[in-house]
Design a protein around this ligand. Structure first.
Ligand code: AMP
Ligand code: ZN
Length: 112
């Protein structure tokens, strides 16, 4: 499958890893939009939040259970924002479910 995040999860495409276990991977965004910009992905291909089902929602749960630790590992000690873009209106550019963890500065109060 021609999916850049599946390639990163498989170790075929390099990434700056923050955290990895058997189900998920966190790595630095290649084009950061904040001083700290980390992406968290399930290793299994799920195309977006629209494709989350009772059968695969355990990956979403696992990611959210790990986000506080990943944020600490990335050096975020004063808060952070979690975003997931889903579909064209949200400008999703990589069709593999991912959560942006953003921080390291005071972010704007509104995201749109
Ligand atoms: P989105 O626009 O929500 O789909 O976010 C996709 C994110 O993936 C963007 O912030 C990109 O900068 C990031 N990205 C794309 N390719 C890579 C890569 N090879 N390594 C790290 N981040 C990437
Ligand atoms: Zn994928």
């Amino acid at each position: 499958m021609d999916c850049v995040f599946c390639g990163i999860a498989a170790g075929k495409i390099p990434s700056k890893k923050v955290y990895e276990d058997e189900t998920l991977l966190a790595f630095h965004d290649i084009n950061p939009e904040a001083p700290v910009h980390v992406l968290v992905i399930p290793k299994q291909h799920i195309s977006s939040l629209d494709a989350v089902t009772p059968e695969n929602s355990g990956f979403v749960r696992a990611i959210f259970e790990k986000i506080p630790e990943i944020a600490r590992l990335a050096g975020l000690e004063n808060g952070y924002r979690v975003v997931s873009n889903c579909g064209p209106d949200a400008a999703q550019s990589v069709p593999h479910l991912h959560f942006h963890i953003l921080g390291g500065k005071q972010l704007p109060a509104h995201i749109v």
